[in-house]
Design a binder for this molecule. Sequence first.
Ligand code: SF4
Length: 694
Amino acid sequence: VIEIGTPEHSVVTTCAYCGVGCTFKAEMRGDELVRMTPWKDGKANHGHSCVKGRFAYGYAQHKERILKPMIRAQITDPWREVSWEEAIEYAATEFKRIQAKYGRSSIGGITSSRCTNEETYLVQKLVRAGFGNNNVDTCARVCHSPTGYGLKTAFGTSAGTQDFDSVDDSDVILVIGANPTDGHPVFGSRMKRRLRQGAKLIVIDPRRIDLVKSPHVRADYHLPLKPGTNVAMVTALAHVIVTEGLINETFVREQGDLETFQAWAEFVAEERHSPEATEALTGVPANLVRGAARLYATGGDAAIYYGLGVTEHSQGSTTVLGIANLAMATGNIGRNGVGVNPLRGQNNVQGSCDMGSFPHEYPGYRHVSEDNVREMYEALWGAPLDPEPGLRIPNMLDAAVDGTFKGLYVQGEDIAQSDPDTYHVTSGLAAMECVIVQDLFLNETANYAHVFLPGSSFLEKDGTFTNAERRIQRVRKVMAPKAVYADWEVTLLLAKAMGYEMDYRHPSEIMDEIAASTPSFAGVSFQRLEEKGSVQWPCNDAAPEGTPIMHIGGFVRGKGNFVITEYVGTDEKVGPRFPLLLTTGRILSQYNVGAQTRRTENSRWHEEDVLEVHPADAENRGVRDGDWVTLRSRAGETTLKARVTDRVAPGVVYTTFHHPTTQANVITTDFSDWATNCPEYKVTAVQISPSNGP
Ligand code: SF4
């Protein structure tokens, strides 16, 4: 029994964990947060919540939070606590010195999907207008950047097509590369409810996730494909749809680009793409693939939900395009119950992308080379802007190792732990002359920082988050910033010290600027959000109430674009030295690298990451359930305990990455998506052997 006392007042705000975007009443006693109660009027959660949003808020008040700015000349020096003024002055002086010595493009910034839309907007504005380059990127680089590329290419906009409520009208639900009951629990429960009502379920995943078989839900088809073969699988599904005459011809004729459709249809119809021809590659019996394709195409309104198991591959963008092809070919776009729906990982990953966090795009996904857009921002921001795209995160690190990139401002992101090929990341960071980390805790990236600026939690600021269904919701200040400033105010201080002053008195003014300059946000304001509770973009004169479902009667780009999806196997191949394939995921109680959840009561439910190993692979290596094993790849090695289970297929091992001691990203390689550089986290060739422990 937890004694919480009687709350004295409450504030409605939005969860800072996953992309479902549940709203809560934060209940306070004095300055202390005593309870998070799911908000019954929350449009994304309708009064429901999971164990993260409800119980894992203690990190915000954790004793390990750093509340004083710190600086040091060298990363081997001890930290020295200083005033805010001294820290900001030091950081700005260093950045200006670096630019004077190495050039305008020698510094950059990384925005955070944990921060608000307004904060993200300010960081990219500081980089573009204050630093004078486009070296800004986001942690979406390592998760859903292929979604941005793929959906924009196919449909014309970089976002999911449906609202969450839409699933209540689905007859068929296809889940590929996602584990909604653990990763997006409130929506996962919603999906299960629809399945209990009779909707059919197709799961495409190397692992037997809970949805495949749980007490009340069974998948009609589980296609346990080998990691790295998503493109072959979606093309095989398309082959069945085309060759068996299951195309929705009316939809394609009216809304599809017929030229690209024709080329695509001829491509997928080739015998080499049939389920039989690709069975050895994917490892999935052809009859299952045929059955799943027929169900998706003919079972009624069919919706696709996907996650990082789709995007974090060398062909992540190709798989997104393949999924879009399936939906367009069968007419499953533009109404309730259908659609293509990325399950966004972090609370504001959609928003961080919307706000122009990519080195090639301004807010609203407009390319930096578009003269009219750039000129509009030059006038609005009062600074000349670079028409050339800047560096992505991996390119910044490459340039740092090469000696041409020297300074980085990282807001609310821990690239030393969350990005792939840890040795490469830390080598890049160590080669820089000034790394500024703005965060709640001394994270792994801070080991390479020269300036540490205390961050603020979601409870300490005003702003907005945008969830996976494009729903913009208010984040409301529940308590005063513990380190004096909210994150957006810190960016203003840094900008002013750099000589580029930005003047806002409240985040609502930042949103007003976003609305004035971004067509899809033109109707968004804090006042509108107070009146309506939330709104889904596009929200403008054409859609004053917002847009729950996109592409009704036609695509944003005009005609739906079919793109050929040629399978190209990853360079990360199994062989005698590394005969197993490692793939990764999450569990319900924990979140990403665990920086927040490990500092809460939720740590009781997950004390360590374990490695799931199939019984046959375990027996071959003399490994029993609970034994320590060494997990090795070409990139590195780590040690963790084995869990022997047939949830994974022979030849596949699986782990979570919530604990820093596991260092799962020491194992992962630097292979990445061909279009976006999203890392290939989901496929690593490994070996395991018994160990005595770490
Ligand atoms: Fe928070 Fe996601 Fe859980 Fe909702 S489902 S409470 S948004 S972590």
